[in-house]
Design a protein around this ligand. Structure first.
Ligand code: NAP
Length: 504
């Protein structure tokens, strides 16, 4: 039965999209515990808003400790059977889930634009990207190889087995409501783990739709659970439970540190994908068009709200003026508006506090001598729209270069030598993504090796893919997601020694 509570407090546009989604059967507004859709036990709810219009799209349960404990128990029970399936049985379930996600690409894309605000075309890109992790790990499920080690003693045989770690708590942010979940759940399920997912309260509907499709794919009840609501209650319950053997988190560095510290009491395995402060270095010898196109993509995707967004565009003095003008021209052409409108490249920011953060960073830069070349204020569309902005003469004292702005503001900094560029780029506690634009092959190698970052794009601004490892150095995180390395985060290594092999 469909839940029509969301028809209240909605504009016609949001209502039309929501009712089409409801008819598709993927519009879920309850948590998922042990295969059953569930309200919060005390009946409390939270509102999910469309950031473009401010409409309430749905009321979802505001869950806490009790619901999370039940979700953990369900995942724990399901682990004993799910982990014992053969790899090809699990692989077939994941493949079916992938097929269903792709079959519902349009609806999932609409849901992402509705609750997150990114342009529909970008949302469709996220569905394809998100689904790719399920497909990739459906394949990798069959390649969790162990080892045989030549024994140092003649009558022994030494083996290495890889086994699933157990119940996984997966906590995800709002900026990629689907992909940040599938990047964790794909490898976890592939090797036999079960999961309790906690999506952001700002974007739970995409997570719930994906969970609905997991059930339709035949993934057994209890293998995938979703709870949302009171973040610290849910987090603390996951941390305290000895049954949860792994925490995987994507989000802010501050919350990541809390989860790392909180995992100590039960010594859980932890993977963290945290904040970045990506440098984008444009050398004098760069191809100007390639550098403008690449920096634009690296900075303005998702209105600047990604962890790999170029946060500091560091430009060599010989090309600085030319680059700054060409870049500002390109930024001026970015159409701002409702993500469902054709041609829109920039949606709203996620909420009011995100806009206030951007405003305070811009104020700080201007008060310290930076110059606004373009934008620099709220957009006339109102709500949480902010003008695509370019700021020149930024230096390393300003907040814009010290912290993630997480908005559509491109700060330009100037440098003289390659060594200085590397020094500026590495002068941060973050170490997630970095970008270089140069036509000099030796320089591209030299600088890539010198950058203290987990991902480096050379002459390319969009580099994330399911087949390559994603993760940060320094305080940007622990562990890697995606690729053949990503599944190791969900595996324990067991050494088995068989003795007395020559006794006959
Ligand atoms: P956030 O505030 O840290 O929230 C992330 C998740 O943690 C949300 O589900 C949030 O729940 C939950 N949470 C908050 N406090 C918690 C607590 N005490 N215990 C357990 N869970 C808690 O981050 P965000 O603002 O959503 O996301 C933006 C950040 O994510 C940026 O710093 C960005 O760089 C980073 N990010 C990193 C990557 C990467 O791969 N490295 C990718 C994307 C984003 P509620 O939302 O319900 O409060």
């Amino acid at each position: 039965m469909h839940d029509y509570r969301f028809f209240r407090e909605m504009s016609m546009d949001t209502q039309n999209i929501a009712s089409r989604l409801s008819a598709s059967g993927i519009f879920r507004t309850q948590g998922l515990i042990g295969g059953k859709w569930s309200e919060a036990y005390d009946g409390n709810t939270i509102k999910v808003h469309n950031p473009t219009t401010g409409d309430v799209i749905a009321n979802v349960p505001c869950m806490g400790k009790r619901e999370t404990s039940d979700a953990i128990s369900s995942a724990y029970d399901a682990f004993s059977s799910w982990s014992k399936l053969t790899a090809s049985e699990r692989s077939r379930c994941l493949r079916k889930w992938y097929d269903l996600i792709i079959a519902h690409k349009e609806e999932l894309g609409q849901l992402i634009t509705l609750e997150q605000g990114k342009p529909f075309k970008e949302a469709l890109g996220e569905v394809t990207y998100g689904a790719s992790f399920i497909e990739f790990y459906a394949e990798e499920a069959k390649r969790v190889y162990g080892d045989i080690i030549p024994a140092p003693v003649a009558d022994r045989r030494l083996f290495v087995l890889k086994q699933p770690v157990g119940v996984v708590g997966a906590i995800t942010p709002w900026n990629f409501p689907l992909a940040m979940i599938t990047r964790k759940v794909g490898p976890a399920l592939a090797c036999g783990c079960t999961v309790v997912i906690k999506p952001s309260e700002l974007t739970p509907l995409t997570a719930l739709a994906a969970a609905e499709l997991s059930l339709q794919a035949g993934i057994p009840p209890g293998v995938v659970n979703v709870v949302m609501g009171n973040a610290s209650d849910i987090g603390d319950t996951l941390l305290a439970s000895p049954q949860v053997r792994k925490i995987t988190f994507t989000g802010s560095t501050a919350v990541g540190k809390k989860l790392l510290a909180g995992s100590a009491a039960t010594v859980k395995k932890v993977s963290l994908e945290l904040g970045g402060n990506a440098p984008c270095i444009v050398f004098d010898d760069a191809d100007l068009d390639v550098a403008v196109k690449g920096s634009l993509a690296a900075k303005f995707r998702n209105s600047g709200q990604t962890c790999v967004c170029a946060n500091r565009i560091i430009v060599q003095e010989g090309i600085y003026e030319k680059f700054a003008n060409a870049f500002a021209n390109a930024v001026q052409n970015l159409k701002v508006g409702d993500g469902f409108t054709e041609g829109v490249a920039q949606g709203p920011l996620i909420n009011e506090s995100a806009v206030q953060k951007v405003e305070s960073f811009v104020r700080d830069a201007v008060s310290r001598g930076a110059k606004v070349m373009l934008g620099g204020k709220r957009h006339s569309l109102g709500m949480t729209f902010y003008e695509p902005t370019v700021i020149s003469n930024v230096n390393s004292e300003m907040l814009l270069s010290r912290e993630e702005v997480f908005g559509p503001v491109a700060p330009l900094m100037r440098f003289k030598t390659e060594d200085e560029a590397i020094q500026i780029a590495n002068d941060t506690n973050a170490g997630l993504a970095a970008y270089i634009f140069t036509t000099n092959v030796q320089r591209s190698w030299r600088v890539s090796e010198a950058l203290e970052y987990g991902l480096v794009g050379v002459n390319e601004g969009l580099i994330s893919t399911e087949v390559a490892p994603f993760g940060g150095f320094k305080q940007s995180g622990l562990g890697r997601e995606g690729s053949k390395y990503g599944i190791d985060e969900y595996l324990e290594i067991k050494y088995v020694c068989l003795g007395n092999m020559d006794s006959a």
